[in-house]
Design a protein around this ligand. Structure first.
Ligand SMILES: NC(=O)C1=CN([C@@H]2O[C@H](COP(=O)(O)OP(=O)(O)OC[C@H]3O[C@@H](n4cnc5c(N)ncnc54)[C@H](O)[C@@H]3O)[C@@H](O)[C@H]2O)C=CC1
Ligand SMILES: O=C(CO)COP(=O)(O)O
Ligand SMILES: [Zn+2]
Length: 353
């Protein structure tokens, strides 16, 4: 008897392009959202996007509440929940980088309210995903939440963000290659839940991005267009899978561990990119695709070494040998690398000297 079922949650509106930041009020109207919004933002994105959007709401007779967050933590999520309750907000709008959007996503999930995602940087594929990520004790990875009701990604705003935020978004997408390798390995060895559609979408997204790498240049609005479409597509793969598996394998474990060992040293996307070079080597050896991944990262100005991440070699080795512990997710790291093996992969790939 056939007993399978699936429930895929996706945003209802995805608005991407030049000047669309002016359409947030229209999107809210299209969704029939009533009452007062709470904007969840951080200092620079507030100036760049939240303040102009607030002016549009005020012109439409709506008075938004605003909360500014600095770090991704459960304390920040609780603060947003309390602010939303005190302000009698009826929906949330996350405006900023990955951390502001994740906090809005997690707070809205707790409050059982809808939220909108307004990225100000094309820096990560959580813009549209059904996952929220904040550190929790010794763990550091995303947890199930709900996707935004709508995403409004203004390519003009995204192209004016610091260039390294865009290269981080590209690297987060390029890392899908190894995430999918890990997922297939886990399917073969551990019979984990697997979706061929989500895996194919995730891989195809990375391929399209790499094929268009020559369009990805600083200050070029077309780059923001190419990268944001890839980020959406990767996020949709996560929603189809109802897991971050299509976009997060051992390279993400490595990055999450770096977040603990060297907080704020480098951007999420840059860390997963460097991790992906090494885990591609572990999957395919000398003749595998690790050089293609390294060259793709390098062609879009993303870091390919520990030094370029601003992280010392010892920390890279510690992260490599311990990161399998932070999550119950089977990957090419298996039950962990020993130090000699970690030194070998990191030196052979040029990540450390
Ligand atoms: N929920 C999910 O599925 C996913 C979540 N993530 C999470 O997202 C976070 C990484 O996101 P990031 O955006 O890299 O970090 P972030 O949110 O810390 O942003 C980096 C910095 O850029 C600033 N910024 C953003 N837009 C700007 C602009 N237009 N101009 C100037 N500065 C601007 C931010 O205020 C922040 O200081 C991590 O916590 C990661 O775990 C990453 C991928 C997927
Ligand atoms: O960063 C992500 C995908 O790019 C989310 O993955 P995690 O579940 O590992 O946090
Ligand atoms: Zn990621």
């Amino acid at each position: 008897m056939f007993e399978k079922s699936t429930w895929i949650r996706l945003p209802r509106n995805v608005v991407v392009g030049h000047g669309v930041i002016d359409r947030v009020v229209d999107v809210v109207d299209d969704l029939h959202l009533q009452g007062r919004p709470l904007f969840v933002t951080s200092p620079t994105p507030k100036d760049v996007a939240a303040d102009p959007i607030a002016a549009d709401f005020e012109a439409a007779g709506i008075d938004p509440a605003v909360v500014t967050v600095e770090t991704a933590s459960f304390e920040a999520v609780e603060n947003v929940i309390e602010t939303a309750e005190a302000a009698e907000a009826s929906y949330l709008i996350g405006i900023g980088g990955g951390k502001a959007i994740d906090i809005a996503k997690m707070a809205s999930h707790h409050l059982e309210m809808g939220f909108l995602s307004v990225p100000t940087a094309a820096s990560h594929d959580g813009v549209i995903s059904n996952r929220g990520s904040v550190p929790d004790g010794n763990t550091r990875h995303s947890v199930a939440a709900k996707p935004p009701l709508a995403v409004v990604a203004d390519t003009e705003v995204l192209s004016q963000a610091p260039w390294e935020l865009t290269t981080a978004g590209c690297a987060d997408i390029i890392s899908n290659y190894t995430a999918v390798m890990d997922w297939r390995l886990a399917k073969r060895l551990k019979d984990v839940e697997y979706s061929e559609y989500a895996a194919a979408l995730s891989e195809m997204t990375a391929e399209i991005l790499v094929d268009n790498a020559d369009l990805i240049r600083p200050g070029l609005e077309e780059s923001a267009w190419v990268v944001s479409k890839a980020l959406m597509s990767s996020g949709v793969a996560m929603s189809i899978a109802d897991s971050s598996r299509p976009a997060s394998g051992a390279e993400h474990l490595f990055s999450h561990q770096l977040d603990r060992l060297a907080p704020d040293a480098a951007l999420h996307g840059h860390q997963v990119g460097v991790g992906s070079i090494m885990t591609a080597y572990l999957h395919g050896g000398e003749d595998g695709i690790w050089r293609d991944i390294r060259d793709a990262l390098s062609s879009i100005d993303a870091p390919t070494t520990a030094a370029e991440l601003g992280i010392n070699d010892e920390t890279v080795l510690e992260a490599l040998t311990t990161c399998h512990e932070i999550r119950d997710r089977y990957t090419i790291l298996g039950d962990g690398m020993n130090e000699r093996a970690a030194i070998e992969v990191a030196t052979k790939t040029g990540v450390i000297d």
